[in-house]
Ligand binder design. Structure first.
Ligand code: IPD
Length: 273
């Protein structure tokens, strides 16, 4: 496990270098599910690097990666040791040079997440966590906020890439409900993985989103829970990595308060046939 985690950290660092270098050059942009669901050659190249390196070092391990799934690979979590990878989390940010882009690598065995590595590569922040061993940013321990008052909190979320008017209405309605509690503020840096690391760091009390994918949140989930936070579905049930819904919070009081305000909907699951 230690070997796999060290390897993940080294790969995330290398991937981050590729992202920083690519930002100096022209980015070639393509669309996936819609005109606002973007992918670049860098996403694909970084994923290639990670897949080939993992295959060489751990030939029996399985792999779920954003771009491999986009290319038709199955998105199914089995009991086999599995790497769950988002090569460039915050692709829209990357395309526009908006300065938050992360490489997200998680590792699961028997469908349980064992470690998570999120490299916020433009800030040069390496977030790491291993089950039962705490969470760290550049080697410094992380702890979630101890705030229990929702009206003293910052809540993070994202608009995602679904532009169906009914979905956008639900997103705005939830944001309105939360803003009017009132909360101190709402934020979102354009990468799910980094939003989760901000919860782990204690500067944001909670992050929720409907429409994310397993590769956006798997690594962040380990980091949040090892920093003392909790993960749930947005309806209060247990986190289901394939459900495309996540709530990461510093504690139960904040989580339960937010759940009351969320207009829940069900996107197509990541593991839908
Ligand atoms: C996206 C980012 C964004 C979130 C989307 C994700 P990508 O990941 O995490 O913050 O709102 O739901 O899909 O596509 O940049 O890897």
């Amino acid at each position: 496990m230690y070997e796999a985690m060290d390897h993940a950290v080294a790969l995330a660092r290398k991937a981050g270098e590729m992202v920083r270098e690519a930002l100096q050059n022209e980015r070639s942009i393509m669309c996936k599910s819609s005109s606002v669901d973007l992918v670049t050659q860098t996403d694909q190249k970084v994923e290639q690097l990670i897949v080939s390196s993992v295959k060489e070092k751990f030939p029996t391990h399985s792999f779920i990666g954003e771009e491999s799934v986009a290319a038709g690979q199955p998105c199914v979590l089995t009991n086999n040791p599995t790497w769950i990878v988002d090569p460039v989390d915050g692709t829209t940010n990357f395309v526009h040079g908006y300065p938050f882009v992360a490489v997200s690598i998680a590792f699961a065995v028997n469908k349980e997440l064992e470690f998570g590595v999120v490299y916020s590569c433009l800030e040069d922040k390496m977030y790491t966590a291993r089950k039962g061993k705490g969470a760290f940013c550049n080697g410094q321990p992380l702890q979630v906020s101890d705030q229990k008052e929702i009206n003293q909190s910052i809540i993070a979320t994202e608009f995602g890439s679904n532009r169906e008017p009914e979905v956008v209405d639900k997103i705005f309605s939830t944001m309105r409900n939360i803003l009017c509690l009132p909360v101190h503020g709402m934020r979102g840096v354009g990468t799910a993985a980094t939003n989760m690391c901000l919860v782990a760091s204690g500067c944001v009390e909670a992050y929720y989103e409907i429409g994310i994918h397993c590769w956006d949140v798997a690594a962040g989930a380990v980091i949040v829970s090892e920093a003392g936070g909790l993960l749930m579905d947005v309806d209060g049930g247990p986190l289901d990595l394939m459900s495309r819904r996540v709530l990461a919070a510093n504690n139960k009081t904040i989580a339960e308060r937010i759940i009351k305000e969320i207009e829940v909907f069900k996107p197509t699951r990541d593991d839908a046939p």
